[in-house]
Design a protein around this ligand. Structure first.
Ligand SMILES: Cc1cc2nc3c(=O)[nH]c(=O)nc-3n(C[C@H](O)[C@H](O)[C@H](O)COP(=O)(O)O)c2cc1C
Length: 332
C-alpha cells in the first residue's frame, strides 16, 4: 500500500501531473473519474498569491469530487513561501506540493522551480520550514538535477525526506534538457533503491503507453507513475493503464461518442467554473487531442477553436458525432 502521509493510494498509484493551463478543476475531475489516484493543480506563484492576484487565487479552487488533490506552489523566497502555505491551507487541499522542477527561464532566473537545484542547502531549508508550517503532507516535484554534470538526486531526495516531505516525484530529465531527449528513469530507480529512503518515489517523464507504466513499476521498481502529456485530451489514459495492469491487454479504443461526451462535459464544466468567455477560450487546447487521428477534421477543429460562443462549439460536437460515427480510433 502506497501512502502520502495518511492518504492511502493502493498499489502503484497513478498521479495526474501538474500542468500549467491544463490541470484545472474540470480536467482534473475528468482524470479522476477515469482512475487518477491523486491529482495536482498547475503551479501557483507564491508571489502572485501574496499580492492576491486574481489569476493565482483562482488556481486554488478545488472540487470535492477530485480529492485527493495537491496544490502545487513555486517560489524561492522563504517569507513568501511560508505565507503562501497559510493562504493555500484555506482552500483545504489534501497535499501541498513544492515545484522544484520548472525549467522556464523567468522562473529559474529568480531561483525558483528547477533554479533551486543550484542551491541544495536552500532547497532543504525552504522545504524544512514549509513542512514545519503546516500539518498537511508536503510533497516535492523535481528534476534529476540542474544539468548532466550535477545530478545529485539520490542525495537531494534523502535530504528532503529527512526534513519531512511525504513523497517525491522525479521527472527524469535535467533542467538543461528542458523537454528534449528521453526521460532517464535509472537515476529515479537509484533514489528508490537507496536503503535509507522510506517515502514513496514516483517516476515522471514519458509514461505514454500502458506498457511504459508497467516498465516503470516492474523494471524500475518505482512506487507510482506521474502522468502528464499522455493525459492531455486523453483522460482515459489512467483507465487504460489500470486495465493493462489487470489484464495484460490494452483497453478497447475509446469511442467517438465517449470522446464527444467528454469534450462536451469538459467545456460545460469550464464554463461553469470560469464563465462563458474564458471557459470557451481555455478549453480549446484540448480538442485536437480528443479527436486526434480523424481524417479531414480541420473544418470541425477550426469551428471548435475559433468560435467565441459555446453554442457553436456544442453544435460542432454534434456535427462531428454525425459525420464521423463510423470512425475507429486506435487503442492506447
Ligand atoms: C503544458 C505543460 C505544463 C506544465 N506545467 C507544469 C507545472 O505547472 N508544474 C510542474 O511541476 N510541471 C509542469 N509541467 C511538467 C509536467 O508536470 C511533467 O513533469 C512533464 O510534462 C513530463 O511528464 P510527461 O512526459 O508525462 O508529460 C508541465 C508540462 C506541460 C507539458
Amino acid at each position: 500500500m502506497v501512502k502520502i502521509g495518511d492518504i492511502e493510494l493502493g498499489g502503484f498509484p497513478l498521479l495526474l501531473a501538474p500542468m500549467e493551463d491544463v490541470s484545472d478543476p474540470p480536467f482534473r475531475a475528468l482524470c479522476k473519474e477515469q482512475g487518477a489516484d491523486v491529482v495536482y493543480t498547475e503551479f501557483v506563484s507564491s508571489e502572485g498569491l501574496i499580492r492576491n492576484a486574481a489569476k493565482s487565487v483562482m488556481k486554488l479552487d478545488i472540487y470535492e469530487k477530485e480529492r485527493p488533490v495537491g496544490i502545487q506552489i513555486f517560489g524561492a523566497n522563504m517569507d513568501s513561501m511560508l505565507q503562501t502555505i497559510d493562504i493555500v491551507e484555506k482552500s483545504n487541499p489534501d497535499i501541498i506540493d513544492i515545484n522544484f522542477g520548472c525549467p522556464v527561464k523567468k522562473v529559474v532566473s529568480k531561483g525558483a522551480g528547477a533554479g533551486i537545484l543550484k542551491d541544495i542547502c536552500l532547497m532543504e531549508k525552504l522545504t524544512a520550514e514549509m513542512v514545519k508550517r503546516t500539518n498537511l503532507p508536503v510533497t516535492v516535484k523535481t528534476r534529476l538535477g540542474w544539468d548532466h554534470d550535477s545530478i545529485k538526486i539520490v542525495e537531494v531526495a534523502e535530504r528532503l525526506q529527512d526534513v519531512g516531505i511525504k513523497s517525491i516525484a522525479i521527472h527524469g530529465r535535467t533542467r538543461a534538457q528542458m523537454y528534449k531527449g528521453d526521460a532517464d528513469w535509472k537515476p529515479i530507480a537509484a533514489v528508490k533503491n537507496n536503503p535509507r529512503m522510506h517515502i514513496p518515489v514516483f517516476g515522471n517523464g514519458d509514461v505514454n503507453t500502458p506498457e511504459r507504466a508497467a516498465e516503470m513499476r516492474d523494471r524500475y521498481g518505482l512506487d507510482g507513475a506521474m502522468i502528464g502529456r499522455a493525459s492531455i485530451g486523453n483522460p482515459w489514459f489512467f483507465k487504460q493503464v489500470k486495465h493493462y495492469f489487470k489484464t495484460g491487454e490494452r483497453l478497447a479504443p475509446i469511442s467517438l461518442a465517449e470522446r464527444v461526451e467528454a469534450a462536451r462535459r469538459h467545456l460545460q464544466m469550464s464554463i461553469d467554473w470560469k464563465g462563458e468567455k474564458l471557459g470557451v477560450f481555455e478549453t480549446r487546447r484540448h480538442y485536437t487531442n480528443y479527436f486526434k487521428g480523424i481524417p479531414n477534421f480541420k473544418e470541425y477543429r477550426m469551428k471548435m477553436v475559433t468560435s467565441d460562443d459555446s453554442k457553436d462549439v456544442f453544435a460542432a460536437f454534434d456535427e462531428v458525432l454525425k459525420k464521423f460515427s463510423g470512425y475507429e480510433f486506435n487503442a492506447i
